[in-house]
Design a protein around this ligand. Sequence first.
Ligand code: MLT
Length: 299
Amino acid sequence: MKGKILICDPVDNIMIEKLSEKFDIDNDPEITRDELLKRIKDYDVIIVRSRTKIDKDIIDNAKKLKIIARAGIGTDTIDVDYANEKGIKIVYAPGSSTESVVELTLAFAVIAARQIIRGVENTRKNDFTKLKGIELSGKRLGIIGYGRIGRAIANAFKAFNVSSMAYDAYPVDFTGAEQVSLDKLLMDSDIISINITLRKDSPPVLNEKELSLIKNDAIVINTSRANAIDPKAFLKILREKNIVYISDVFWHEPARFDYEFEMLKLPNVIITPHLGAQTKEAQKRIAIMTADNILKEWA
Ligand code: MLT
């Protein structure tokens, strides 16, 4: 008998093609939390991206669920410990979006260094005032979280003559960067790239004390998780310093709280709508790897 899959977020069609021989698939990429709570009892596998959060209540309603598949790399939106307690397997697609995230990080650095967003906003109003930026060449990049993506970022920035230092809370391979403490990285970097993996409810890595160490005119890039930063402490620092914060992730997407709306209004803050893995190529790789990992666990 075929298993039953519910797809809760948009995925590449190749995932459905690969899984349809073994599974009956319901594709409901806009399913609400309330609907999911009602319907999850009927499924053996659910496939989610960052929009759909899998917490204890959802897991408790899942009477026959065997696999939670994350079509992506971060499992922080899933209560992994509780799922494991219930014997539910978690699969995901490590490494599948590296190239897309690295390219976005390079773009963010150039956009921030050359004031490109402000320039475009000005020319839309027929204001052709010349804005002066900075070169990336010769600057120091600090990478927080030196996994696959962090290492690929250090390598890519060499093309801009940017040298890297890196901090990771875990023992990792620091090839391509100088291993430094978090404090040194924050004090010495001209550009900071946050590339950490979080678990559900991980506390922020950058709190008031750490944030206060960042150079006055640094560029801070975040293409991993907003929860790496304490938002209220950061809002205060962003108001006081000339730091440019350019991020593809936000605490709530869309924003919900006052501190988030305040931050979105700041001229030194540029936020994009979680585009890191949102390329044709990455979505295809994610779909293939996630489907293969589901089939391996199902076998
Ligand atoms: C991921 O963890 O892979 C990313 O957040 C990408 C996404 O879900 O769009």
